[in-house]
Design a protein around this ligand. Structure first.
Ligand code: MRU
Length: 369
């Protein structure tokens, strides 16, 4: 996407240096720093420490990470047992987003299907780059399908702005291009529809306040950062027409894991008759499970992320302690919104209600039996 006149993606492969490059999202919006990933340890660190984050981007990083495993200096890429063990280590870097396991498995299996080392390297790279391009196209299609939803609301509002609420960052920084939740916002804005976005700050790491606000601002989309708890109040007062969020893992029956706090937005939306849509590429469906609350692993992160808030102090990024130093904190990073609270899914194949039969009608090749 366009950042101050320059086309950028959050991850790319530099053909000249043959290196995987990523934006360090921990430092946005205050610093735009690019890092090289040249070893599996670095890729794992970048995922765990959230230089890269967001389900489709983690999947793409995992896919390119398999290539990195094969070419890193200490490589033993001809040793299948070692290669598979390194891929498993990469796959396990974060537990909730299903895209990571999907991206790693897809490229690993393709690489293992060729016997010669050199061919394995080029096969892994080609497959990983295909994952990256496919995800960009998927998000573009999500934008096209989501546009119809926003257009319909805009028509009913007779030219008044459509107010959309989103949680966390499901924008291009979390994907490759366009984003998932933000893709329909970008298409609507580009089509001349007047939109305004309520951006949940998304504690503790403030992906909404830091990343979504930055992205929308760079595209010229009107937005307002709000506290995570403001959504219900705004909905009660008719100030939200539509909620669109992303997801890290969605079951075949439509239960949605997403950043902690999403469930509360869905409850408030249902209570106030506000449509609640989830935008996702097919790589985020976990086709093997139906019960999200029971079967989706929820990441618990360092409590330090709750206790310390990061921001700009005297021109430098700094961290400040908020609660008493000795108060314990708990950092559950995701929650599950049951399918019954979801109005519909916006996917690369179209929009469907959050029901297994409807999801399967869009993705018939995933039917079991
Ligand atoms: O912990 P994060 O920042 O990786 O969590 C990201 C989210 O929860 C996003 O909403 C989700 O990945 C959807 S991405 C398009």
């Amino acid at each position: 996407m366009n950042v101050d006149g320059k086309q950028m993606r959050p991850i790319w492969f530099d053909e000249d240096t043959k290196t995987v490059k990523v934006i360090d999202q921990r430092r946005l919006p205050h610093e735009l720093i690019v890092e090289d990933l040249t070893t599996n340890d670095q890729v794992i660190h970048a995922i765990k420490d959230m230089y890269v984050r967001g389900a489709p981007l983690i999947g793409a990083t995992g896919a390119l990470g398999v290539y990195v495993i094969l070419v890193q200096k200490s490589n033993r890429g001809e040793d299948d047992a070692w290669f598979k063990a390194e891929c498993a280590r990469l796959r396990d870097a974060r537990p909730t987003a299903t895209n990571l396991a999907w991206g790693v498995a897809r490229v690993m299996e393709k690489a293992l299907s060729v016997p010669l080392y050199d061919l394995r390297v080029s096969t892994a790279l080609a497959e990983a780059l295909e994952v990256v391009e496919e995800e960009a196209v998927n998000c573009q299609k999500i934008g096209e399908f989501g546009l119809a939803i926003i257009k319909e609301i805009a028509e009913k509002k007779n030219g008044k702005p459509v107010n959309i609420l989103t949680h966390c960052n499901a924008g291009w920084l979390a994907c490759i291009e366009y984003g998932t939740a933000t893709a329909p916002m970008y298409t609507a804005f580009d089509a001349g529809i007047d939109i305004h976005v309520w951006v949940d700050e998304t504690r503790p790491l403030n992906q909404g306040a830091r990343l979504t606000a930055w992205e929308l601002g760079k595209h010229g989309i009107r937005h307002t950062v709000i506290t995570d708890n403001a959504g219900g109040h705004l909905m009660q007062h008719g100030m939200v027409d539509l909620v669109i969020v992303g997801t890290d893992r969605t079951t075949r029956a439509g239960d949605v894991a997403n950043k902690i706090g999403t469930y509360l937005k869905a409850l408030a939306a249902r209570d106030n008759n506000v449509p609640f849509y989830v935008a996702l590429p097919s790589s985020t469906f976990d086709w093997t499970i139906t019960d999200g609350i029971k079967d989706i692993p929820i990441e618990e992160r360092d409590p330090g992320e709750i206790k310390y808030v990061q921001g700009l102090v005297d021109g430098k990024i700094a961290s400040v302690l908020v609660p008493p130093a000795n108060s314990p904190a708990a950092n559950h990073a995701f929650d599950v919104t049951p399918a019954r609270l979801v109005t519909g899914f916006i996917t690369e194949r179209g929009v469907c209600p959050a029901r297994e039969d409807e999801i399967m009608a869009l993705f018939p090749e995933k039917k079991i039996g």
